[in-house]
Design a protein around this ligand. Sequence first.
Ligand code: PMP
Length: 342
Amino acid sequence: MSSSSDFVPAVFNGFVDAIGNTPLILLKGPSERTGCKIYGKAEFLNPGGSVKDRAAKFLVDGLERDGKIQPGGTIVEGTAGNTGIGLSYVANAKGYRSVIVIPRSQTKEKKDTLRQAGATLIEVDPKPYAHPNNYIKLSGRIAEKLPNACWSNQFDNVDNRRAHYETTAPEIIKQVPDLSAFSCAVGTGGTLAGCSLYFKEHFPNVKIGHTDPQGAKLHRFYKDGELKSEGGSITEGIGQGRITANLEGFTPDYTFEIDDEAAMKSCFELLQKEGLALGMSSGINVAGAERLATELGPGHTLVTILCDSSSRYQGKMFNREFLASKGLPQPEWLQPDLPEEI
Ligand code: PMP
């Protein structure tokens, strides 16, 4: 499990080759509390900083395979940020341009990262999927109108889930051959459905858990068959409201709803007690994996996804005013006051 002196780190030809093959990290608190081994797949260590680098690589490969993108062409995508970041880095590495449509509500940190990469960033007011100016729909229209441009369409292009079917899940089973269960949240569904399809086909004993943020529709759909929302969450990039093409043919064995307070508690505990500085969806994933481990009972081996780093959410997760505005508890270690005698 630990690194030994004869371990030789990989040597890559470039950014794209460096995507994937991420390590697993044992999550001590959740493992001790449940009597299971709960591992996080360290997707925040991908070269673009998130699990979405894998989808970006496969989406661009697919556009090239299908002759949809020409040298110097432009990739257009609607994204909560991480897919856009991955795509803009892949685009830079391959000589393409990128146009990214993002809901204004996403963090400044992700938008700044996209601008720094040279992506053309189009910020739009958040609108439901049915609205013609929803960021996903708008990205499709821009791709149609822009010369020499194509739409990577992460939500309904199954090259996204193929990334996880062909890489994430096989890596996990090689890392922990005694895997009992895998669980994570859904944005496009690429990660959960892609891994699930692989496990169900090749390792049918592996149980699959879906973890949704509070109020999200998909949890209600998998629980009661109704796509109905009951409130919102501060998390970004997860909480899907429809069955995307990437989710077609997928059903979880378990579904859990994790509230924002539990997600933040999980993030803060991982940071303060385990040194893992993770984003908000990772908090949902780890809290969800702990719930699944509790359901399964001691002795099981579980894996979830550590999607990205807390640095992409500084202004939200670590901002006292933001947390207070959402009625969320503020961690006592955050910006502590100096002792009076100083
Ligand atoms: N976590 C974060 C931070 C994300 O950005 C995303 C993708 N939007 C996900 C989780 C969900 O991944 P997927 O799209 O594969 O369902």
